[in-house]
Design a binder for this molecule. Structure first.
Ligand code: UD1
Length: 416
Protein backbone atom coordinates (compact mmCIF):
# COMPACT_ATOMS: atom_id res chain seq x y z
CA UNK A 1 0.00 0.00 0.00
CA UNK A 2 1.30 3.48 -0.81
CA UNK A 3 2.52 5.79 1.93
CA UNK A 4 3.47 9.43 2.08
CA UNK A 5 6.65 10.29 3.93
CA UNK A 6 7.04 13.84 5.17
CA UNK A 7 10.08 15.33 6.85
CA UNK A 8 8.51 18.26 8.68
CA UNK A 9 9.72 21.71 9.55
CA UNK A 10 10.16 23.35 6.13
CA UNK A 11 8.59 26.78 5.50
CA UNK A 12 6.72 26.48 2.20
CA UNK A 13 7.63 29.03 -0.46
CA UNK A 14 6.70 29.52 -4.09
CA UNK A 15 3.67 29.28 -6.35
CA UNK A 16 1.05 26.57 -6.68
CA UNK A 17 -1.65 26.13 -9.34
CA UNK A 18 -5.10 24.99 -8.26
CA UNK A 19 -6.76 22.14 -10.16
CA UNK A 20 -10.35 21.86 -11.30
CA UNK A 21 -12.99 21.10 -8.66
CA UNK A 22 -13.64 17.38 -8.21
CA UNK A 23 -17.07 18.05 -6.70
CA UNK A 24 -18.09 20.14 -9.70
CA UNK A 25 -16.60 17.75 -12.27
CA UNK A 26 -18.43 14.68 -10.88
CA UNK A 27 -22.02 15.95 -11.33
CA UNK A 28 -21.12 17.58 -14.66
CA UNK A 29 -19.82 14.21 -15.87
CA UNK A 30 -23.12 12.64 -14.77
CA UNK A 31 -24.97 15.35 -16.72
CA UNK A 32 -23.52 13.88 -19.92
CA UNK A 33 -26.14 11.12 -19.53
CA UNK A 34 -28.84 13.71 -20.28
CA UNK A 35 -27.88 14.42 -23.90
CA UNK A 36 -26.87 11.96 -26.61
CA UNK A 37 -23.67 12.94 -28.41
CA UNK A 38 -20.08 13.86 -27.62
CA UNK A 39 -19.67 15.81 -24.35
CA UNK A 40 -16.43 17.65 -23.53
CA UNK A 41 -15.52 18.78 -20.03
CA UNK A 42 -12.33 20.77 -19.42
CA UNK A 43 -10.21 21.41 -16.33
CA UNK A 44 -11.05 18.00 -14.89
CA UNK A 45 -8.44 16.87 -12.35
CA UNK A 46 -6.76 13.45 -12.54
CA UNK A 47 -8.15 11.83 -9.43
CA UNK A 48 -9.40 8.46 -8.32
CA UNK A 49 -13.00 9.71 -7.92
CA UNK A 50 -12.99 10.98 -11.51
CA UNK A 51 -11.75 7.57 -12.70
CA UNK A 52 -14.48 5.88 -10.67
CA UNK A 53 -17.16 8.08 -12.27
CA UNK A 54 -15.58 7.32 -15.66
CA UNK A 55 -15.82 3.59 -14.95
CA UNK A 56 -19.44 3.94 -13.92
CA UNK A 57 -20.34 5.89 -17.07
CA UNK A 58 -18.43 3.33 -19.16
CA UNK A 59 -20.48 0.60 -17.49
CA UNK A 60 -23.63 2.44 -18.62
CA UNK A 61 -22.37 2.34 -22.23
CA UNK A 62 -20.82 5.81 -22.42
CA UNK A 63 -17.37 6.09 -24.05
CA UNK A 64 -15.04 7.78 -21.56
CA UNK A 65 -11.65 9.36 -22.20
CA UNK A 66 -9.63 11.59 -19.86
CA UNK A 67 -6.58 13.21 -21.37
CA UNK A 68 -4.69 16.33 -20.45
CA UNK A 69 -7.46 17.70 -18.21
CA UNK A 70 -10.25 17.13 -20.73
CA UNK A 71 -12.88 14.45 -20.33
CA UNK A 72 -14.69 13.31 -23.46
CA UNK A 73 -17.91 11.35 -22.97
CA UNK A 74 -19.82 9.91 -25.91
CA UNK A 75 -23.28 9.14 -24.62
CA UNK A 76 -24.97 8.05 -27.88
CA UNK A 77 -25.31 4.42 -26.88
CA UNK A 78 -26.54 4.10 -23.33
CA UNK A 79 -26.88 0.38 -22.78
CA UNK A 80 -27.93 -0.16 -19.21
CA UNK A 81 -29.54 1.87 -16.45
CA UNK A 82 -27.83 0.03 -13.62
CA UNK A 83 -25.17 1.48 -11.31
CA UNK A 84 -23.79 -1.61 -9.57
CA UNK A 85 -22.81 -1.92 -5.90
CA UNK A 86 -19.12 -2.55 -6.70
CA UNK A 87 -18.79 0.97 -8.11
CA UNK A 88 -21.23 2.86 -5.87
CA UNK A 89 -19.68 1.51 -2.67
CA UNK A 90 -16.30 3.06 -3.51
CA UNK A 91 -17.80 6.51 -4.15
CA UNK A 92 -21.07 7.87 -2.82
CA UNK A 93 -21.20 10.51 -5.55
CA UNK A 94 -22.07 7.63 -7.94
CA UNK A 95 -25.66 8.27 -6.86
CA UNK A 96 -25.50 11.35 -9.13
CA UNK A 97 -26.40 9.13 -12.10
CA UNK A 98 -29.85 8.43 -10.62
CA UNK A 99 -31.56 11.69 -11.64
CA UNK A 100 -30.12 11.89 -15.18
CA UNK A 101 -30.78 8.19 -15.95
CA UNK A 102 -34.37 8.47 -14.86
CA UNK A 103 -34.87 11.68 -16.83
CA UNK A 104 -33.39 10.38 -20.11
CA UNK A 105 -34.23 6.66 -19.96
CA UNK A 106 -37.38 6.63 -17.81
CA UNK A 107 -35.70 4.02 -15.62
CA UNK A 108 -32.77 3.70 -13.24
CA UNK A 109 -31.41 1.01 -10.97
CA UNK A 110 -28.80 2.38 -8.61
CA UNK A 111 -27.22 0.61 -5.68
CA UNK A 112 -27.78 2.22 -2.27
CA UNK A 113 -24.47 3.71 -1.16
CA UNK A 114 -24.52 2.10 2.28
CA UNK A 115 -22.63 3.37 5.32
CA UNK A 116 -19.74 5.76 5.15
CA UNK A 117 -16.85 6.59 7.41
CA UNK A 118 -18.08 10.12 8.09
CA UNK A 119 -21.67 9.37 9.07
CA UNK A 120 -24.81 7.63 7.94
CA UNK A 121 -25.27 9.95 4.91
CA UNK A 122 -28.70 8.77 3.76
CA UNK A 123 -30.17 9.67 0.35
CA UNK A 124 -33.81 9.87 1.46
CA UNK A 125 -34.11 13.45 0.15
CA UNK A 126 -32.96 12.45 -3.36
CA UNK A 127 -35.66 9.77 -3.35
CA UNK A 128 -38.38 12.00 -1.89
CA UNK A 129 -37.71 14.67 -4.53
CA UNK A 130 -37.91 12.23 -7.43
CA UNK A 131 -41.14 10.77 -6.01
CA UNK A 132 -42.60 14.29 -5.91
CA UNK A 133 -41.75 14.49 -9.62
CA UNK A 134 -43.85 11.39 -10.22
CA UNK A 135 -41.21 8.64 -10.10
CA UNK A 136 -42.21 5.26 -8.76
CA UNK A 137 -39.42 4.14 -6.50
CA UNK A 138 -38.92 0.82 -4.85
CA UNK A 139 -36.01 -0.29 -2.70
CA UNK A 140 -35.10 -3.93 -3.00
CA UNK A 141 -31.99 -6.06 -2.57
CA UNK A 142 -29.91 -2.98 -1.79
CA UNK A 143 -30.94 -1.19 -4.98
CA UNK A 144 -33.09 1.84 -5.75
CA UNK A 145 -35.37 0.90 -8.64
CA UNK A 146 -36.89 4.02 -10.15
CA UNK A 147 -39.32 4.37 -13.00
CA UNK A 148 -41.18 7.27 -14.64
CA UNK A 149 -42.57 7.57 -18.14
CA UNK A 150 -41.72 11.27 -18.02
CA UNK A 151 -40.94 13.18 -14.84
CA UNK A 152 -43.31 16.04 -13.97
CA UNK A 153 -42.32 19.38 -12.50
CA UNK A 154 -42.99 19.74 -8.76
CA UNK A 155 -42.25 21.95 -5.80
CA UNK A 156 -39.76 20.17 -3.58
CA UNK A 157 -38.69 21.37 -0.15
CA UNK A 158 -35.46 19.86 1.16
CA UNK A 159 -35.29 19.44 4.95
CA UNK A 160 -31.51 19.71 4.68
CA UNK A 161 -29.81 21.58 1.82
CA UNK A 162 -28.11 18.44 0.49
CA UNK A 163 -25.50 19.13 -2.19
CA UNK A 164 -25.68 15.99 -4.32
CA UNK A 165 -29.44 15.79 -3.62
CA UNK A 166 -29.95 19.28 -5.09
CA UNK A 167 -27.75 18.30 -8.06
CA UNK A 168 -29.61 15.05 -8.72
CA UNK A 169 -33.01 16.78 -8.63
CA UNK A 170 -31.85 19.71 -10.74
CA UNK A 171 -30.56 17.33 -13.44
CA UNK A 172 -33.75 15.27 -13.35
CA UNK A 173 -35.89 18.41 -13.62
CA UNK A 174 -34.16 19.69 -16.77
CA UNK A 175 -36.04 17.12 -18.87
CA UNK A 176 -39.25 17.00 -16.82
CA UNK A 177 -42.57 18.29 -18.05
CA UNK A 178 -43.28 21.70 -16.50
CA UNK A 179 -41.68 23.71 -13.74
CA UNK A 180 -39.74 22.32 -10.78
CA UNK A 181 -38.93 24.48 -7.79
CA UNK A 182 -36.33 23.27 -5.30
CA UNK A 183 -36.69 25.07 -1.97
CA UNK A 184 -33.92 25.13 0.64
CA UNK A 185 -31.58 24.06 -2.15
CA UNK A 186 -27.84 23.79 -1.54
CA UNK A 187 -26.05 27.03 -2.56
CA UNK A 188 -22.54 25.57 -2.99
CA UNK A 189 -20.50 26.90 -5.94
CA UNK A 190 -20.43 23.34 -7.34
CA UNK A 191 -24.26 23.38 -7.59
CA UNK A 192 -24.02 26.68 -9.42
CA UNK A 193 -21.34 25.31 -11.74
CA UNK A 194 -23.51 22.31 -12.59
CA UNK A 195 -26.41 24.68 -13.31
CA UNK A 196 -24.19 26.74 -15.64
CA UNK A 197 -23.12 23.56 -17.42
CA UNK A 198 -26.76 22.46 -17.80
CA UNK A 199 -27.77 25.89 -19.09
CA UNK A 200 -24.99 25.61 -21.69
CA UNK A 201 -26.71 22.36 -22.80
CA UNK A 202 -30.00 24.22 -23.28
CA UNK A 203 -31.57 23.74 -19.84
CA UNK A 204 -33.66 26.53 -18.34
CA UNK A 205 -32.57 27.13 -14.77
CA UNK A 206 -32.82 30.20 -12.55
CA UNK A 207 -31.66 30.84 -9.03
CA UNK A 208 -28.83 28.30 -8.77
CA UNK A 209 -26.47 29.53 -6.05
CA UNK A 210 -29.46 30.69 -3.98
CA UNK A 211 -31.76 28.56 -1.83
CA UNK A 212 -34.59 28.56 -4.39
CA UNK A 213 -33.88 27.03 -7.78
CA UNK A 214 -36.46 27.11 -10.56
CA UNK A 215 -36.15 24.73 -13.49
CA UNK A 216 -38.35 24.88 -16.60
CA UNK A 217 -38.28 21.45 -18.18
CA UNK A 218 -37.30 21.16 -21.86
CA UNK A 219 -37.76 18.27 -24.32
CA UNK A 220 -34.11 17.64 -25.06
CA UNK A 221 -30.61 18.92 -24.34
CA UNK A 222 -27.43 19.35 -26.40
CA UNK A 223 -24.08 17.83 -25.48
CA UNK A 224 -21.71 19.68 -23.18
CA UNK A 225 -18.60 21.72 -23.82
CA UNK A 226 -17.73 23.20 -20.47
CA UNK A 227 -14.84 24.15 -18.18
CA UNK A 228 -15.24 23.39 -14.46
CA UNK A 229 -14.43 25.86 -11.69
CA UNK A 230 -11.23 25.65 -9.62
CA UNK A 231 -11.27 23.51 -6.48
CA UNK A 232 -11.96 25.76 -3.48
CA UNK A 233 -11.09 23.02 -0.99
CA UNK A 234 -7.71 22.37 -2.60
CA UNK A 235 -7.06 26.13 -2.56
CA UNK A 236 -8.08 26.33 1.12
CA UNK A 237 -5.80 23.39 1.94
CA UNK A 238 -2.80 25.12 0.32
CA UNK A 239 -3.56 28.38 2.17
CA UNK A 240 -3.55 26.31 5.34
CA UNK A 241 -0.26 24.64 4.32
CA UNK A 242 1.40 28.02 3.84
CA UNK A 243 -0.10 29.24 7.12
CA UNK A 244 0.88 26.27 9.27
CA UNK A 245 4.51 26.31 8.10
CA UNK A 246 4.89 30.09 8.44
CA UNK A 247 5.59 30.13 4.71
CA UNK A 248 4.95 32.49 1.82
CA UNK A 249 2.96 31.03 -1.06
CA UNK A 250 1.13 32.37 -4.08
CA UNK A 251 -1.99 30.38 -4.92
CA UNK A 252 -2.86 30.71 -8.59
CA UNK A 253 -6.03 30.01 -10.50
CA UNK A 254 -8.47 30.04 -7.57
CA UNK A 255 -11.86 31.75 -7.26
CA UNK A 256 -11.55 34.11 -4.31
CA UNK A 257 -15.33 34.66 -4.24
CA UNK A 258 -15.80 30.94 -3.43
CA UNK A 259 -13.39 31.12 -0.51
CA UNK A 260 -14.79 33.96 1.58
CA UNK A 261 -15.62 32.08 4.81
CA UNK A 262 -12.36 30.12 4.59
CA UNK A 263 -10.29 33.26 4.04
CA UNK A 264 -12.10 35.07 6.88
CA UNK A 265 -11.36 32.27 9.35
CA UNK A 266 -7.77 31.75 8.25
CA UNK A 267 -7.16 35.49 8.57
CA UNK A 268 -8.59 35.42 12.09
CA UNK A 269 -6.09 32.67 12.82
CA UNK A 270 -3.34 35.13 11.90
CA UNK A 271 -2.58 34.14 8.29
CA UNK A 272 -1.95 37.13 6.07
CA UNK A 273 -3.94 36.76 2.82
CA UNK A 274 -3.85 39.29 0.00
CA UNK A 275 -6.23 39.16 -3.01
CA UNK A 276 -5.07 39.65 -6.55
CA UNK A 277 -7.25 38.81 -9.54
CA UNK A 278 -7.33 34.99 -9.80
CA UNK A 279 -4.70 34.48 -7.12
CA UNK A 280 -3.90 34.89 -3.48
CA UNK A 281 -0.70 35.82 -1.73
CA UNK A 282 -0.46 34.02 1.58
CA UNK A 283 1.99 34.54 4.44
CA UNK A 284 1.92 32.46 7.59
CA UNK A 285 2.55 33.99 11.04
CA UNK A 286 5.20 33.03 13.62
CA UNK A 287 2.43 31.46 15.71
CA UNK A 288 -1.25 30.99 14.81
CA UNK A 289 -4.12 32.33 16.95
CA UNK A 290 -6.73 29.97 18.35
CA UNK A 291 -10.11 30.61 16.69
CA UNK A 292 -13.46 28.85 17.08
CA UNK A 293 -15.23 27.60 13.99
CA UNK A 294 -18.49 25.85 13.09
CA UNK A 295 -19.04 24.09 9.78
CA UNK A 296 -22.21 25.02 7.91
CA UNK A 297 -23.74 24.79 4.46
CA UNK A 298 -22.31 27.32 1.96
CA UNK A 299 -21.63 30.24 2.38
CA UNK A 300 -20.69 29.01 5.87
CA UNK A 301 -17.36 27.41 6.66
CA UNK A 302 -17.14 24.13 4.68
CA UNK A 303 -17.08 20.77 6.44
CA UNK A 304 -14.51 19.73 3.83
CA UNK A 305 -12.06 22.21 5.45
CA UNK A 306 -12.78 21.22 9.07
CA UNK A 307 -9.99 18.67 9.48
CA UNK A 308 -7.41 20.97 7.86
CA UNK A 309 -8.48 23.82 10.16
CA UNK A 310 -8.04 21.52 13.13
CA UNK A 311 -4.42 20.85 12.13
CA UNK A 312 -3.79 24.61 12.26
CA UNK A 313 -5.47 24.92 15.64
CA UNK A 314 -3.43 22.01 16.99
CA UNK A 315 -0.34 24.26 16.90
CA UNK A 316 -2.07 27.57 17.69
CA UNK A 317 -1.66 29.79 20.70
CA UNK A 318 -4.71 29.05 22.90
CA UNK A 319 -7.81 26.86 22.87
CA UNK A 320 -10.20 26.52 19.97
CA UNK A 321 -13.66 24.95 19.72
CA UNK A 322 -14.38 23.26 16.41
CA UNK A 323 -18.01 22.29 15.87
CA UNK A 324 -19.06 19.98 13.03
CA UNK A 325 -22.50 21.08 11.85
CA UNK A 326 -22.93 18.84 8.77
CA UNK A 327 -21.79 15.27 9.44
CA UNK A 328 -22.22 13.43 12.73
CA UNK A 329 -18.98 11.49 12.70
CA UNK A 330 -16.33 13.56 11.07
CA UNK A 331 -13.61 13.57 13.72
CA UNK A 332 -11.73 10.45 12.70
CA UNK A 333 -8.56 12.47 12.19
CA UNK A 334 -8.47 13.39 15.89
CA UNK A 335 -7.04 10.07 17.08
CA UNK A 336 -4.35 10.26 14.39
CA UNK A 337 -3.48 13.88 15.20
CA UNK A 338 -3.12 12.91 18.84
CA UNK A 339 -0.45 10.44 17.76
CA UNK A 340 1.49 13.48 16.52
CA UNK A 341 1.16 15.12 19.93
CA UNK A 342 -1.99 17.23 19.43
CA UNK A 343 -4.14 17.92 22.48
CA UNK A 344 -7.73 17.41 21.31
CA UNK A 345 -10.86 16.20 23.12
CA UNK A 346 -14.11 15.44 21.31
CA UNK A 347 -17.49 15.67 22.95
CA UNK A 348 -20.49 15.22 20.69
CA UNK A 349 -20.14 17.47 17.66
CA UNK A 350 -17.46 19.69 19.21
CA UNK A 351 -13.71 19.21 19.41
CA UNK A 352 -11.74 21.23 21.96
CA UNK A 353 -8.27 21.82 20.62
CA UNK A 354 -5.61 23.10 22.99
CA UNK A 355 -2.76 24.38 20.90
CA UNK A 356 0.65 22.86 21.59
CA UNK A 357 4.05 24.42 20.75
CA UNK A 358 5.21 21.52 18.64
CA UNK A 359 3.95 18.33 16.97
CA UNK A 360 6.24 15.35 16.59
CA UNK A 361 6.35 13.08 13.53
CA UNK A 362 4.86 9.59 13.84
CA UNK A 363 3.26 6.91 11.67
CA UNK A 364 -0.42 7.72 11.11
CA UNK A 365 -3.26 6.40 9.02
CA UNK A 366 -5.49 8.33 6.63
CA UNK A 367 -9.12 7.56 7.42
CA UNK A 368 -10.93 9.62 4.80
CA UNK A 369 -10.18 12.19 2.15
CA UNK A 370 -10.10 15.44 4.13
CA UNK A 371 -8.73 13.72 7.24
CA UNK A 372 -5.73 12.70 5.17
CA UNK A 373 -5.19 16.33 4.10
CA UNK A 374 -5.15 17.38 7.75
CA UNK A 375 -2.48 14.78 8.50
CA UNK A 376 -0.37 16.12 5.63
CA UNK A 377 -0.63 19.63 7.13
CA UNK A 378 0.27 18.34 10.58
CA UNK A 379 3.18 16.38 9.10
CA UNK A 380 4.51 19.49 7.34
CA UNK A 381 4.89 21.30 10.65
CA UNK A 382 5.79 18.32 12.89
CA UNK A 383 9.35 17.80 13.99
CA UNK A 384 10.88 14.74 12.30
CA UNK A 385 9.27 12.16 10.06
CA UNK A 386 5.55 11.54 9.59
CA UNK A 387 4.47 8.51 7.57
CA UNK A 388 0.87 8.59 6.30
CA UNK A 389 -0.52 5.18 5.44
CA UNK A 390 -3.61 4.46 3.26
CA UNK A 391 -2.70 7.19 0.84
CA UNK A 392 -5.46 6.18 -1.56
CA UNK A 393 -7.83 8.40 0.42
CA UNK A 394 -5.87 11.51 -0.51
CA UNK A 395 -5.63 10.46 -4.17
CA UNK A 396 -9.44 10.58 -4.32
CA UNK A 397 -9.38 14.36 -4.04
CA UNK A 398 -5.93 15.97 -4.35
CA UNK A 399 -4.22 15.98 -7.73
CA UNK A 400 -0.45 15.33 -7.63
CA UNK A 401 -0.32 16.45 -4.01
CA UNK A 402 3.27 15.48 -3.29
CA UNK A 403 4.48 17.06 -6.54
CA UNK A 404 2.70 20.31 -5.71
CA UNK A 405 4.07 20.32 -2.16
CA UNK A 406 7.58 19.54 -3.36
CA UNK A 407 7.28 22.49 -5.75
CA UNK A 408 6.87 24.63 -2.62
CA UNK A 409 9.97 23.14 -1.02
CA UNK A 410 8.35 20.49 1.20
CA UNK A 411 10.31 17.30 1.83
CA UNK A 412 7.64 14.83 0.79
CA UNK A 413 7.83 11.56 -1.09
CA UNK A 414 5.57 8.68 -1.95
CA UNK A 415 6.67 5.18 -1.16
CA UNK A 416 5.12 2.24 -2.98
C1 UD1 B 1 -21.23 16.79 -0.77
C2 UD1 B 1 -19.77 16.78 -1.13
C3 UD1 B 1 -18.91 16.51 0.10
C4 UD1 B 1 -19.25 17.53 1.20
C5 UD1 B 1 -20.75 17.58 1.45
C6 UD1 B 1 -21.15 18.69 2.41
C7 UD1 B 1 -19.80 15.96 -3.42
C8 UD1 B 1 -19.50 14.86 -4.36
N1 UD1 B 1 -19.56 15.73 -2.13
O1 UD1 B 1 -21.56 15.50 -0.25
O2 UD1 B 1 -17.54 16.65 -0.27
O3 UD1 B 1 -18.59 17.16 2.41
O4 UD1 B 1 -21.46 17.80 0.22
O5 UD1 B 1 -20.74 19.91 1.94
O6 UD1 B 1 -20.20 17.04 -3.83
N2 UD1 B 1 -28.59 14.12 4.09
C9 UD1 B 1 -29.77 13.52 4.43
N3 UD1 B 1 -30.55 12.99 3.44
C10 UD1 B 1 -30.21 13.06 2.13
C11 UD1 B 1 -29.00 13.67 1.78
C12 UD1 B 1 -28.21 14.20 2.78
O7 UD1 B 1 -30.11 13.43 5.61
O8 UD1 B 1 -30.96 12.54 1.29
C13 UD1 B 1 -27.71 14.71 5.14
C14 UD1 B 1 -26.34 14.03 5.24
O9 UD1 B 1 -26.38 12.89 6.06
C15 UD1 B 1 -25.50 15.14 5.83
C16 UD1 B 1 -26.12 16.41 5.22
O10 UD1 B 1 -27.40 16.03 4.75
O11 UD1 B 1 -25.63 15.18 7.23
C17 UD1 B 1 -25.33 17.03 4.07
O12 UD1 B 1 -25.01 16.01 3.15
P1 UD1 B 1 -24.93 16.29 1.58
O13 UD1 B 1 -24.95 17.74 1.32
O14 UD1 B 1 -25.93 15.44 0.90
O15 UD1 B 1 -23.48 15.72 1.24
P2 UD1 B 1 -23.08 15.05 -0.11
O16 UD1 B 1 -23.88 15.66 -1.20
O17 UD1 B 1 -23.06 13.57 0.03
Amino acid sequence: MERLIIEGGVRLEGTVDISGAKNAALPIMAASILAPGVNRIHNVPSLRDITTMGRLLTHLGIDFMHDNGTVVLDSDNLQTVEAPYELVKTMRASVLVLGPLLARMGRARVSLPGGCAIGARPIDLHIMGLQKMGAEIELSEGYINARAERLRGATIYLDIPTVTGTENLMMAATLAEGVTIIENAACEPEVQDLANALVSMGARIEGAGTSIIRINGVDSLNPLDYRVIPDRIEAGTFIAAAGITGGEVEIRGCRVDHLESVIAKLREAGIHIEHKPGRLKVKGPERLNAVDVRTMPYPGFPTDMQAQFMALMAVSDGTSLITEGIFENRFMHVAEMRRLGADIIVEGATATVRGVRMLKGAPVMATDLRASASLVLAGLVAEGRTVIDRLYHIDRGYERIEEKLRGLGARVRRER
